[in-house]
Design a protein. Structure first.
Length: 147
């Protein structure tokens, strides 16, 4: 069974563009993988507001999933201290392994879902690391689109 999953970031975009991309991708559920989901980076992306907007505008569910978020220490290392991406990637992958996220979640949970984080692109964002890790652990069960 192949599971279609997407990822999206909300910075450097408008609310109109953000919600349109989700709708065009036929997303059913947005899974928030941020450590702090009350971010002020974009007004429409605060957890409570986002849940309302997703349901009202696109008929989508909102699910915060903290098991897929980095720790405070990892975020500080990478963002505040401008740490090395390769070190962050290695340490975050080790954290997912320690948390056994591949056992805590099922591929069906991600079917039609979109992982949400703040980074504009997936290139240097942990949401990409999440789908890559799960795809490896689930023997390539995911088809991933970065919106």
């Amino acid at each position: 069974m192949t599971v279609a999953v997407a990822t999206i970031g909300f910075t450097k975009t408008t609310a109109e563009n953000f919600f349109a991309r989700l709708k065009a991708a036929k997303v059913k559920r947005v899974i928030d993988v941020r450590l702090h989901n009350t971010s002020q980076l974009a007004g429409f992306a605060k957890a409570d507001d986002l849940a309302y907007f997703l349901k009202t505008i696109n008929g989508m569910d909102y699910v915060p999933e903290p098991i897929l978020a980095p720790t405070e220490e990892l975020m500080k290392f990478f963002k505040t201290d401008k740490g090395d991406w390769d070190v962050f990637s290695r340490d975050f992958s080790a954290l997912m392994k320690e948390r056994k996220v591949e056992k805590a979640l099922k591929p069906s949970f991600l079917d039609g879902a979109c992982l949400l984080c703040s980074e504009a692109t997936a290139h240097r964002c942990h949401r990409r690391l999440v789908v890559e890790y799960l795809n490896k652990e689930w023997s390539g069960a995911l088809t991933v689109a970065h919106l």
